[in-house]
Design a protein around this ligand. Structure first.
Ligand SMILES: Cc1cc2nc3c(=O)[nH]c(=O)nc-3n(C[C@H](O)[C@H](O)[C@H](O)COP(=O)(O)O)c2cc1C
Length: 164
């Protein structure tokens, strides 16, 4: 190969993503991690996907839960992104999370939420490719009166969306 890991990261860093926090509940309580590799997959059935690192401590807890919740962060939630990208023992300590269809934690202030049943886990090298069947989804009802844009991630930096 004519490139190394640093080249791969640098070039792929030119593709901007939104930021989600994917959560699940296991016997020890809530677990969650910041995820940029989220995408929609299928409308019928309604499927979405994300790619967690196989050695992520959070993912190792979440993968046996059978369900997960995708919380799309708003531009005002950079601190939440930092919290869930870190390795704190209890990332939920100061979060007043709730639950919906599957029991996976819903992060307050998210601009959109997709609560999912685990559908499939495919091999993706050092990451898993996780597919979820959406059981329930909604956007923040406050968005109509108080529109908030998404949190974005580009070249290792957080930012927000701007219209042309
Ligand atoms: C904006 C952003 C996007 C991220 N996207 C992913 C991702 O798609 N997959 C992944 O495995 N880690 C991703 N991470 C890193 C994980 O959030 C981080 O490695 C994880 O929370 C580490 O803690 P853990 O011990 O809970 O796994 C991302 C981090 C940030 C800041």
């Amino acid at each position: 190969m004519s490139f190394d890991g640093a080249d791969f990261r640098r070039v792929l860093g030119h593709f901007p993503t939104g930021v989600t926090v994917v959560t699940a509940m296991d016997d020890e309580g809530p677990a969650g991690m910041a995820i940029g590799s989220f995408a929609s997959v299928s409308l019928d059935p309604p499927l979405v996907m994300f790619c967690p690192a196989k050695d992520s401590g959070s993912w190792l807890r979440m993968k046996d839960a059978g369900s997960f919740c995708v919380n799309v962060l708003g531009a005002d939630q950079a601190a939440t992104c930092g919290l869930f990208a870190g390795r704190a023992e209890d990332k939920f300590e100061d979060i007043s999370w709730t639950t919906d269809a599957t029991g996976a934690p819903v992060i307050p202030g998210s601009i959109a939420v997709m609560d999912c049943e685990l559908h499939a886990i495919h091999d993706g090298g050092d990451h898993d490719i996780v597919v979820g069947l959406v059981k329930s989804l909604w956007t923040d009802p406050g968005l109509e009166e108080d529109p908030r844009g998404p949190l974005l991630f580009f070249q290792g930096r957080l930012g927000q969306f701007q219209d042309f």
